[in-house]
Design a protein around this ligand. Structure first.
Ligand code: URA
Length: 208
């Protein structure tokens, strides 16, 4: 499985700021979006381009354009919405499908309660957005949904990932590429990533 831990100084610096215990909602929200922009830069580095000759100021000039790649962003409710503005900074024309999942009290498995994907998923590369890849349960269920809709090329962008979640994803969907600002140490007994960021959704929405 392709796992890219983006170790750019800006990413490390910004993620470090996000780990501060007393961080404000405003700062956390801004940094989540900024790190998402930097992850997007990495995750799109293999997009194919084609040469196009255009009328430049001094005559015809050969330029490059991204070749027919249709990208769909898939933020997972609710925390994934915090990464959306940053990703849209670089891919402003991207279509956005949204998924919501919650844990079934009986089976403890994530089940989808909301799914509004874009059309023609089989033609698109999906970028899943979720700040935290913890156990991997939600991510795996999201990938299941995207594949059921015909999507064949899937990448996930995460601010922080736990080794346990990466292993679970690799076991179920080894074709999915992962881009993260940090692979952290481990999960605690209630499924939070250590050292992690705490509850990313609460910090983005100011509900803690
Ligand atoms: N979700 C979070 O918001 N934080 C974690 O550490 C794990 C899951």
């Amino acid at each position: 499985m392709k796992i890219v831990e983006v170790r750019h100084p800006l990413v490390r610096h910004k993620l470090g700021l996000m780990r501060e215990a007393g961080i404000s909602t405003k700062a956390f929200r801004e940094l989540a979006s900024e790190v998402a922009t930097l992850l997007t830069y990495e995750a799109t580095s293999d997009l194919e381009t084609e040469e196009v000759v255009i009328d430049g100021w001094a005559g015809p000039v050969a330029t490059h354009r991204i070749k027919g790649a249709k990208i769909t962003l898939v933020p997972i409710l609710r925390a994934g919405l915090g990464m959306l503005p940053g990703v849209l900074e670089l891919i402003p024309a991207a279509k956005v499908g949204v998924v919501g999942l919650q844990r079934d009290e009986r089976t403890l498995q994530p089940i989808g309660y909301y799914e509004k994907l874009t059309s023609r998923m089989e033609e698109r590369t999906a970028l899943i957005l979720d700040p935290m890849l913890a156990t991997g349960g939600t991510l795996i269920a999201t990938v299941d949904m995207l594949k059921a809709a015909g999507c064949r090329r899937i990448k996930g962008l995460f601010l922080v990932a736990a080794p346990e979640g990466l292993r679970a994803l690799e076991a179920r969907h080894p074709d999915v590429e992962v881009y993260t600002a940090s692979i952290d140490e481990r999960l605690n007994e209630v499924g939070y990533i250590l050292p992690g960021l705490g509850d990313a959704g609460d910090k983005i929405f100011g509900t803690r």
